[in-house]
Design a protein around this ligand. Structure first.
Ligand SMILES: [Zn+2]
Length: 215
């Protein structure tokens, strides 16, 4: 099963994040979920990952601005590059182990879930154990079957997921802000050089809270 199929299967019943419908509006996915055994806050965390809407990500900050429409392709690419220089800062980049800023937090989430599930039944662990890399582990925790998992383990898994999202959002805010703190007037000076903070070239002068659509 490839990644796209795994993602499509997120919404099966009895998952931590249970979805009953998915609607597409432009580039956004609207998701809805119904009752499950985990807290709303854990579902919100899972929903952010599944919907690709981690707060502070550059793709969200830039693509929702009025200016986006008038930017060239090169400018767009530059604007949504992650400061780690490893790719476009979207949820796949941030949560599949590609982004150095977040990898350590994903590793900690994986350790926590390993620990939480180690005394559970084999059936409860099977999907988690079958996930072989960071990307699959993140997918597995979001799509975890809650049937047959003890309430204690479930709550630990939910906490690990919430903590990951919180830390990822904080990390993104910090690294992106560091890039955007340079004075606008100096941009022309930096533009020709290849060294220096190139990512500052396409900063939108829109207050942060308007750049984000509610996650
Ligand atoms: Zn990155």
């Amino acid at each position: 099963m490839d990644y796209a199929d795994i993602v499509k299967r997120f919404g099966t019943s009895s998952t931590i994040f249970m979805t009953t419908s998915e609607a597409r509006r432009g580039m956004e996915r609207a998701l809805s979920h119904t009752r499950t055994r985990v807290s709303t806050s854990a579902k919100v965390a899972a929903r952010k990952i599944r919907g690709g809407r981690l707060r502070g990500m550059r793709v969200l900050a830039h693509m929702n601005t009025a200016r986006w429409g008038s930017m060239s392709t090169a400018d767009r690419e530059e604007a949504i590059q992650c400061p780690c220089q490893c790719g476009i800062q979207n949820v796949e980049h941030v949560l599949t182990g590609e982004c150095d800023y977040v990898l350590v937090y994903i590793d900690e989430m994986i350790d926590s879930v390993d620990y939480a599930l180690c005394s559970e039944t084999e059936a409860a662990q099977s999907k988690w154990m079958a996930a072989r890399n960071v990307e699959e582990k993140v997918v597995a925790v979001i799509g975890m079957e809650t049937r047959g998992v003890s309430p204690d383990a479930l709550s630990e898994v939910a906490s690990a997921l919430k903590l990951l999202v919180r830390r990822a959002e904080t990390a993104l805010r910090t690294v992106n802000k560091a890039g955007e703190s340079w004075p606008m007037d100096s941009l022309a000076v930096w533009a020709p050089g290849s060294d220096g903070p190139q990512m500052e070239l396409q900063i939108d002068m829109v207050p942060e809270d308007q750049q984000m659509v509610a996650a």
